[in-house]
Design a protein around this ligand. Structure first.
Ligand code: HEM
Length: 416
């Protein structure tokens, strides 16, 4: 069935147009806290299918947990965005990321070399030493929320500033510039961004801002990750200035929307399962486990892990041809009943640490120790300090980021 559209799984409820034309990716959600039902139908049917991307091209969609792990850890699938057939998210992705290639879109051995330069910086031990700073950031933000009084938007007052303050401090990026780089990151991370918009945002962020910052670090190195990269990698010729700009861009952006959306969506999820919020209040030692379950259940990187086949690969009796694009969907893999019993039940007591919300294999999230500390700290403190937290608007009036690479709620008005 290579290159063709698989039969429509029973009960998909697709319109007649879809009988001849594969559905568009991403598929619509029926409930904002759950993955699009169509991915579940594909997963349960056991079929591999191609869906249609924004530019009319087709990509194989991987929905099962075992297949997800097999594909993203298989070197026959490349993460190199410059390769023909790579399934891009928008018109700008290839030009913006192609011009500033970073480790997330590189293959070994270059990927291995670049990643090795960063593993020590984000190691669990090093991040644990940073936990008291995160605690301080969260405490101060909640102090400010209490002083402000509700109702207020939890995204603006808590979810977004936490990762922003944390990564700025670690990297050595001035926090007062966060409005600027968050605006550019937003343009780069939208499914709707045009080629021209992506080029302009990439230019301002990389050429103007990050190049200037790296030169400042070179003149006056400080005690931060960017300065260490300048001293250890740039000055020694291990990285060119352009390569360091690309790496800094990834580090600056990768941990923002992901962690912020997990904070806001995790709060919403707990508020909609009040008994689990109360269980956490009764036993805060459950927070680390609850964070893993929130990651499994919500998996915010809903655009999937993008790869292109380097050679013909057999999967589930189907041949994925060399040059064909593949999108491995963690949000569907994390709801696979073969990996997680009763997968659609949100249960903070379950063992969920083998979820794939941080990816799997070589490209598995480098910042996961930092993300875990941020999320553990914020949920511990929210429950302790604002036990009566509740939505300040009806749940059905909330708006969600369907059009962004990383999924989340746009605003979360709360009171307590
Ligand atoms: C809840 C928060 C986060 C989630 C859900 C998340 C998710 C992911 C995922 C799924 C990947 C794999 C990409 C792929 O296979 O194509 C990834 C890679 C990456 N993440 Fe995160 N991330 C989070 C937080 C962070 C933070 C705080 C940082 C810190 C800078 C970070 C830095 C990175 C980097 C550098 C990579 C690329 C690794 C590589 O390609 O070798 N992430 N992340």
């Amino acid at each position: 069935m290579t290159g063709t559209t698989a039969p429509v799984p029973a009960g998909s409820g697709r319109c007649p147009f879809h009988e001849v034309e594969p559905p568009a990716f991403p598929c619509p959600r029926a409930n904002p806290l759950n993955p699009p039902p169509y991915y579940g139908e594909l997963r349960d049917s056991g079929q591999l299918q191609k869906l249609r991307l924004w530019d009319g091209s087709l990509a194989w969609i991987i929905t099962r947990y075992d297949d997800f792990r097999a594909v993203v850890s298989d070197p026959r699938f490349s993460a190199d965005i410059t390769r023909e057939g790579y399934p891009t998210v928008n018109a700008g992705m290839k030009v913006a990321r192609g011009k500033y290639p970073s480790l997330i879109t590189m293959d070994a051995p270059r990927h291995t070399r670049h990643r090795r330069m960063l593993t020590g910086e984000f190691a669990v031990k090093r991040m644990e030493a940073y936990r008291p700073k995160i605690q301080r950031i969260v405490t101060e933000l909640i102090d400010a929320m209490v002083e402000h009084g509700g109702p207020l938007d939890l995204v603006e007052h808590l979810a977004l500033p936490i990762p922003s303050l944390a990564i700025c401090e670690l990297l050595g990026v001035p926090y007062e510039d966060h409005d600027f780089f968050q605006a550019k990151a937003k343009v780069l991370a939208s499914h709707k961004t045009s080629r021209e918009e992506a080029l302009a945002a990439g230019h301002e962020l990389c050429e103007v801002y990050l190049r200037g910052l790296i030169r400042k670090k070179d003149a006056h190195p400080e005690d931060d990750i960017l300065s260490r990269l300048v001293v250890k990698q740039l000055r020694t010729g291990e990285l060119s200035e352009d390569e360091l700009i690309s790496m800094s861009r990834l580090l600056l952006i990768a941990g923002h929307e992901t962690t912020a959306n997990m904070t806001a969506m995790g709060t919403l999820l707990l508020l909609q399962h009040r008994e689990q919020w109360e269980a956490l209040r009764a036993d805060p030692a459950l927070v680390p486990q609850a964070v893993e379950e929130m990651l499994r259940f919500l998996d915010p990187t809903h655009s999937g892990r993008r790869r292109v086949a380097l050679e013909d690969v057999e999967l589930r009796g189907t041949t994925i041809r060399a040059g064909e694009g593949v999108i491995a969907l963690g949000l569907s893999a994390n709801r696979d009943g073969n990996a997680f019993p009763e997968p659609d039940r949100f249960d903070i007591r379950r063992e969920a640490r083998h979820h794939v919300a941080f990816g799997y294999g070589n490209h598995q999230c480098l910042g996961q120790p930092l993300a875990r500390i941020e999320l553990q700290t914020v949920f511990t403190e929210l429950i302790r300090r604002l036990p009566g937290l509740k939505l300040a608007v009806p749940g059905d009036s909330l708006h969600f980021k369907d059009e962004m690479f990383v999924y989340g709620v746009k605003e979360l008005p709360v009171q307590w």
